[in-house]
Write a protein that binds this ligand. Sequence first.
Ligand code: SAM
Length: 281
Amino acid sequence: MAGDLRARLRGHLSEDELKLIRAFDVVGDIAIVKLPEPLLPKKHLIGRALMEVQKNVRTVLNQVSPVKGEFRTRELEVIAGENRTETSYRESGCVFKVDLAKVYFSPRLATERLRVARQVKPGEIVVNLFAGVGSYSIIIAKHSKAKLIYSIDINPHAFEYMQINIRINKVGDRVVAILGDAREVVEKELTDRADRVLMPLPELSRDFFDVALKALKPTGGIIHFYDYGEEPDIFGPSTDFVKANAAKRGFEVKVLGARRIRSYATRCYHIVLDLEIVCKK
Ligand code: SAM
């Protein structure tokens, strides 16, 4: 995709500028680029060229801040097309309505969402601690026979879109949207409940690992623990962390799988550990 855009811009941008054109994401009919400083004077030209090479794109957004804050959102500016940040996106047979300026959303996690959904066994109770607009939860509902999926997020906009998405995908009988802080929600209403816990927010996984253990049934279950890992030992520090912290609370951990999801920075990766948690007592 970036190659087509570069070809389209050849003659309008210098060779040095063309080298700065990077891969972009498309979510529904919106494309998101992250233009470096030297390309900003040409942002409208680049936005229009992108719409010419991606015929289904109606709006091009430039990401002007990193993903930040409690809600993990980013600042975006419209550089071409319609003036909006809301779109509908299809993934794994589900439809998600999202406002890219108000909620976190990344199409790059599609493979991971389906991978987790395929592991869920019939009758399971799942707790998703950081659910966003409900993408993991709804894909699990569609691709497994899970009994219930509790789907928590602290961002009121994410909660609102999650409710809309639950309705659009007709999974309201099994996906329960909950607005609130995952720690408080688990302590108040979801202790000792889950067969499986998802923690899809690497920045908070370590702080909330005790919450995930609390949400599991007393006999144990599965935790999908998302974290960052650095070369040369990508999975070692996360594995040591979960083993030590689980042991303190009387649980044993078996690492069923360890995967790199995507590159995050030089020699640093967004990773996931699939953990089987067993009660020692
Ligand atoms: N799982 C989502 C997906 O696949 O689209 C993305 C989740 S996003 C990386 C992390 C989410 O955690 C954000 O929507 C943010 O609002 C939420 N969040 C942050 N702190 C939280 C907390 N303490 N309790 C519950 N949700 C929280």
